[in-house]
Write a protein that binds this ligand. Structure first.
Ligand SMILES: [Zn+2]
Length: 412
């Protein structure tokens, strides 16, 4: 390839990328996860799958070593042998046989990406470490649909480097959606099996939806989300008996023994299942709340609660997940932490200063009385309205709310 041809090709790629990014703006992104059916894999394929992750780990660690005294951009991704240390810290070399060229590139891309996020953290003056060697690699990027991976039919997928198709489960969730575009995918090595997470895009449809009236929600410390229309939503997912059993099992096994390793694997599986249950619960709650036209909530410090009073409960709250998912939606208004949602009296407009966590009922000198959480949830709507209508940015309490406005009104 001559120099001019190379430049022309680069330009073409850049232009294509720009067009795609523009198109994606008007589209909805969703990631679907399909499971690889290992019962239909040959021994050779199973080995291949396993070795992909092992080789990716070797390559990643080798590149980290290389970075000690070189620029990562100089690393040759076509390398066939990588160096590492075995468990007795003796140097060994490995040959890479399974990893395809695009997968190699994505592993190196992974390092560059990590470096970038470390740098941006450093810029924000947050605590940063350095990149560490990995003991296992769990996610390989399949960059290009049609090349690195390709659907054969609804039940089979072809992955670069494999001679035969691989059988997959649960494509029903997206197979019949019209005008669905596949983007990149990720090959995952999770505790309960191999998965492929496929990123898809589809066009927004111009459908008008009917929404229920607006609501305010108060995220209670104890167990629930309180909605201003009177509902209380339970946000706890309980740990399974089996999980506790696994933990006891590990405690009884000798450190470094293979039986302990097996028990740890079991525990990981249990934690993965717990994670899915939590995600499911959070999705259902968010779906229910977003049936409303607008949702008002407060930016509360949820992770702080866990450290304090209620950290030891064996129940797992999905409050953090719910909050994160809600804040991504444009129909959600987030009030700042400083908004006096518990102190403000909606009847007379005064602020009650001496309210503590143990007061379950809000009582005002004017005679107004309400359940504490319900009171806060209703105030969410009221106070966000007050802010947007405030003149000169000063609210009823003489506070400057111009700063609020930018936080409260801007959709996240
Ligand atoms: Zn009052």
């Amino acid at each position: 390839m001559t120099e001019n041809e190379r430049l022309a090709k680069n330009n073409r790629i850049r232009e294509q990328g720009r067009l795609t990014r523009q198109k994606r703006k008007g589209q909805i992104c969703r990631v679907y996860r399909v499971k690889i059916d290992v019962s239909h894999l040959s021994r050779q394929q199973l080995l291949h799958l396993k070795m992909l992750f092992v080789e990716a780990k070797w390559l990643y660690n080798d590149a980290l070593t290389f970075m000690r005294d070189h620029d990562i951009n100089e690393y040759d991704t076509r390398t066939l042998t990588v160096h590492s240390l075995d468990k007795d810290h003796q140097p060994v070399t490995h040959d890479l046989q399974y990893l395809s060229s695009q997968m190699r590139q994505s592993v190196i891309q992974d390092i560059k990406h990590n470096m970038k996020s470390l740098a941006s953290r450093r810029e924000e003056d947050r605590k940063t470490g350095s990149l560490k060697y990995k003991s296992e690699y769990v996610s390989i990027n399949l960059q290009q649909t049609g090349v690195t991976y390709k659907f054969y039919d609804a039940k089979h997928i072809r992955i670069q480097g494999f001679k035969e198709c691989i059988r997959i489960k649960s494509t029903k969730q997206f197979w019949n959606i019209p005008d669905l575009e596949f983007a990149n995918a990720k090959l995952l090595n999770l505790p309960d099996g191999y998965y492929i997470a496929i990123t898809t895009y589809r066009n927004r449809r111009g459908e008008e939806r009917e929404y229920k009236p607006e609501i305010g929600i108060d995220m209670g410390i104890k167990t629930t989300i309180t909605v201003s229309d009177g509902r209380k939503i339970n946000v706890f997912v309980e740990e399974s008996e089996r999980l506790k059993k696994c933990q006891r099992l590990i405690a009884r096994r000798k450190k470094g023994s293979s039986n302990r390793y097996k028990a740890v694997k079991l525990l990981r599986r249990e934690y993965q299942k717990l994670g899915s249950r939590k995600r499911d619960a959070a999705n259902k709650i968010v779906h229910e709340l977003l049936k409303h036209e607008r949702v008002y909530m407060q930016d509360e410090n949820i992770s702080g609660w866990h450290k304090g009073l209620f950290g030891k409960t064996v129940q797992h709250s999905v409050l953090g997940l719910v909050k994160m998912k809600l804040m991504r939606n444009e129909r959600v208004t987030v009030l700042p932490k400083s908004a006096p949602t518990t102190k403000y009296c909606p009847e007379c407009g005064s602020l009650k200063k001496d309210i503590t966590l143990s007061d379950r009922v809000y009582e005002c000198t004017c005679g107004y009385q309400e359940d504490r959480d319900m009171h806060a949830a209703r105030n969410m709507i009221l106070l966000s309205k007050k802010n947007t209508c405030g003149t000169q940015g000063i609210n009823a309490f003489g506070e400057d709310v111009r700063r609020w406005q930018t936080i409260a009104v801007q959709p996240r």
